[in-house]
Design a protein around this ligand. Structure first.
Ligand code: KG4
Ligand code: ZN
Length: 366
């Protein structure tokens, strides 16, 4: 089965064609247009600007994803400029969609309302016009299911490895879940205020780092081997599965006001911030796995691209959970992308009539 997946929950416009081939979820194309450079100027996403860019990108991105999937060399884009699309490319994409694609998947929440609507209304139109089944997908669950995407760079994870603990760590969410089966899961806890990625991005703004700040904080933190101070890991000793990261920004701001900040000091702050976040994520995830006697942990979301988080979670799982295994998606599938939306739809295939697709910016886990 081949699915055309569409993702527009935040600032990215993504389209991907994914295929289920035996046990494998293969990505035939994965096109992401981002308006990040626009948001870098404002140090954060302005929803209206994101949506405006998405209206321009959505048709070219889908067109390119379809053509790329059908071409033998699916690493090359048909036309390097994602924003422009020729009449010939549109005609070619129409034929591919009509003849090669079995269904459409689209993110229906959570996310920014304007952005979600652009993806969902486009997907509904294509579903109606081409008479294809359509599957609504929860963006958060898809972040975890990105782990099931096959890749030449890593082994293929068996899609039936239930039960497992899922830790979603992104720019908008931090949630811990117990997955019992496809479509069956229990929410264990989440952040009471800022998400882990959001905290990194806000601290990045205090330190004048690039946006989003997670990748630069990781690089700067890796330069520190002997830290000279540390920050508090919020809620690390609470016996629930909750998180709280807003206090970290306040702590960093106070520190920056009190101290002279040179490059070395910036790296130290990055190390202390990253460690404070990682430590509490690890402690609560390992405790959840222990409580539910689970031997597999899957990370997902932009922050799961962080190598220290993955490595240290792995070491702790080995030590405290009798060799439990920890996985995170290949880097390109950690941050927002449409391939993960397609992967989720292939593994939990529940099409609905297109009229029933409703965007829900506050969609959670019910
Ligand atoms: O999943 P994502 O692309 O978007 C949301 O659904 O929110 O996550 C974006 C977040 C940003 O906050 C960014 O700073 C963070 O992921 N991020 C990282 C890394 N790469 C991206 N955080 C830590 N280490 C990284 N390498
Ligand atoms: Zn996301």
């Amino acid at each position: 089965m081949k699915i055309l997946a569409i993702e527009t929950s935040c600032d990215e416009t993504g389209a991907s064609v994914v295929e289920k081939d035996g046990n494998k979820i293969k990505v035939l194309s994965n096109v992401v247009a981002t308006s990040l450079s626009l948001h870098a100027k404002t140090g954060g996403i302005i929803p209206e600007n994101a949506a405006r860019m998405q209206t321009e990108y959505i048709i070219p991105v889908i067109t390119k994803a379809l053509i790329q999937a059908a071409s033998s060399d699916n690493n090359s884009l048909p036309n390097n400029n994602i924003k422009s699309v020729t009449k010939e490319e549109l005609e070619q994409a129409n034929i591919i969609l009509k003849e090669d694609i079995d269904a459409i998947a689209v993110t229906h929440g959570p996310g920014l309302i304007g952005s979600l609507l652009i993806g969902a209304e486009t997907a509904k139109t294509l579903s109606f016009t081409f008479n294809k089944p359509i599957v609504p997908v929860n963006h958060l669950l898809a972040h975890i299911f990105a782990n099931f995407i096959s890749s030449s760079k890593r082994y293929t994870l068996n899609a039936n490895i239930f039960p497992f603990i899922g830790l979603i760590v992104s720019g908008g969410h931090t949630d811990l879940l117990l997955f019992e089966n496809h479509g069956s899961f229990k929410w264990l806890g989440g952040t009471r205020d800022d998400a882990a990625g959001e905290a990194l991005d806000k601290i990045g703004r205090v330190l004048n780092l690039s946006y989003p700040a997670g990748p630069e904080i990781e690089v700067r933190a890796s330069k520190i081997s002997k830290p000279s101070f540390s920050f508090t890991s919020p809620l690390i000793n609470s016996d629930d599965f909750d998180f709280s990261f807003s206090g970290l920004k306040a702590e960093t701001s106070r520190f920056v006001q009190k101290n002279k900040i040179n490059e070395k000091m910036k790296n130290e702050i990055c190390f202390a911030t990253q460690k404070a976040i990682i430590d509490v994520l690890i402690k609560k995830t390992i405790r959840a796995a222990k409580l539910y006697n689970v031997k597999t942990i899957l990370l997902g979301g932009g922050v799961s691209a962080n190598q220290s988080l993955l490595e240290q979670m792995g070491l702790n799982a080995k030590r405290y959970l009798l060799n439990a295994k920890v996985f995170s998606p290949e880097k390109i599938y950690c941050t927002d992308n449409a391939a993960m939306i397609g992967a989720y739809a292939l593994l939990d295939y529940k099409p609905v009539p297109w009229q029933k697709i409703e965007t829900n910016p506050g969609l959670y886990f019910d």
